[in-house]
Write a protein that binds this ligand. Structure first.
Ligand code: PLP
Length: 234
């Protein structure tokens, strides 16, 4: 039913112009959504700009892209204030591991945090919300392939972490995952969608350059695409 991810070679045949790459990726997201009877507006395309400098990011902002992903607080804090001065409606998504002692800084900088995965981080984000009066949208990261080296909670821990989030007055928008590499991702995306449904969570952050169309076919509300938009990272 799903076949191989149709964009399984994300570095190949990229248009040269950043705006053309953006339009090509967005068109594929929209087509995948329509093919599965979904509203394309229900899928947020996050341009993962980690490691890329402002000169690579600006052309996408100029082309209308507003959602961007970073995986380090310090790197985002160095790059984004200047870009945001020119594009105040840019939205920043934290997609990397977050230390609890950086939660307040992350909450001040990011609109969305996709990597909430443990009670200490929930407590730190809850405290940051109490102090600053604002909270980023939060996703619970799930270690969907049960891989020892990967971040994310076990599927069986989701209920307890949602309970902890309620206790900390932190709203959870959905679930996020990074499936195991080099295997068909569809079963993992389907499992994440099932878990989100069981827990009544509307958001699904899943799909990267090699598999975002598959993710959209299985309900992704947020796809995180780096290489297919920016080219390979150094
Ligand atoms: C880097 C990264 C991405 C983007 O990966 P690409 O394969 O370059 O599209 C997506 N999600 C997370 C969590 C990442 O760290």
């Amino acid at each position: 039913m799903w076949g191989r991810p149709s964009s399984s070679n994300p570095g190949a045949a990229l248009p040269d112009e950043p705006a053309a790459r953006l339009h090509a990726v967005r068109a594929r997201v929209d087509a995948a959504a329509r093919a599965w009877g979904r509203d394309p507006n229900g899928v947020t395309l996050i341009a993962v700009s980690k490691t890329h400098g402002a000169e690579a990011i600006r052309p996408l902002l100029d082309a209308g892209q507003r959602d961007f992903g970073e995986n380090r607080v310090a790197e985002a804090a160095a790059k984004w204030p200047l870009l945001r001065a020119d594009f105040p409606d840019a939205r920043l998504h934290m997609v990397g591991a977050l230390q609890s002692n950086k939660a307040a800084g992350a909450a001040a900088l990011f609109n969305v945090i996709h990597s909430v995965d443990r009670p200490s981080l929930i407590a730190a984000l809850g405290a940051a919300k109490r102090d600053a009066g604002r909270q980023p949208e939060c996703f619970l990261q799930v270690n969907i392939g049960d891989e020892p080296q990967k971040a994310g909670c076990a599927p069986g821990e989701i209920g307890a972490l949602l309970e902890a989030a309620r206790g900390a007055d932190l709203e959870m928008a959905g679930l996020m995952c990074l499936p195991p590499q080099d295997v068909e991702p569809a079963p993992y995306f389907a499992l994440l969608a099932k878990l989100a449904g069981e827990h009544g969570l509307p958001g699904l952050s899943m799909g990267m350059s090699g598999d975002y169309e598959t993710a959209v076919s299985l309900g992704a509300t947020h796809v995180r695409v780096g290489t297919a938009l920016f080219g390979a990272r150094a």
